[in-house]
Design a protein around this ligand. Structure first.
Ligand SMILES: [Cu+2]
Length: 128
């Protein structure tokens, strides 16, 4: 970069139009790179797990890292999501019709903290 700058700026025949096109080219490169990085989120899949009849449907789900999972409670009683692999709460209690969205970072077995017999499994697949 330094050698280019010294070469062109030190040259009294430097053409302002040339500098404009160099600048325009840099902007275009930035725009193209931004468009490329915008493609990454489109690869994320949004999954939905229904909580219905005291069960998670589907009970087992394989996702890629970064995918989002939304649980929706379709029962008339509250349910929540508790990560039984890492022993931590994922969602608060969800009333009827409430949803909770979560980004997958690791595999986990989970259950409803209010009804421990309700179990589900999230498997993380690291190979896209
Ligand atoms: Cu429950």
């Amino acid at each position: 970069m330094n050698s280019i700058n010294e070469h062109h700026i030190g040259n009294k025949f430097v053409n302002p139009r040339l500098m404009f096109w160099v600048f325009a080219g840099a902007l275009l490169t930035l725009a193209v790179n931004n468009a490329r990085s915008d493609e990454i989120p489109s690869k994320v899949t949004h999954h939905q797990i229904e909580i219905s009849g005291f069960a998670f449907i589907p009970k087992e789900l394989t996702v890629y890292a970064g995918d989002t999972i939304t649980w929706i409670n379709k029962d008339i009683v509250p349910h929540n999501i508790f990560d039984s692999t890492h022993k931590k709460s994922i969602s608060p209690d969800l009333a009827t019709g409430e949803t909770y969205t979560f980004t997958a970072e690791s595999s986990m077995l989970y259950e409803c903290g209010l009804h421990r017999s309700m179990k589900g499994m999230l498997s993380l697949n690291n190979m896209p």
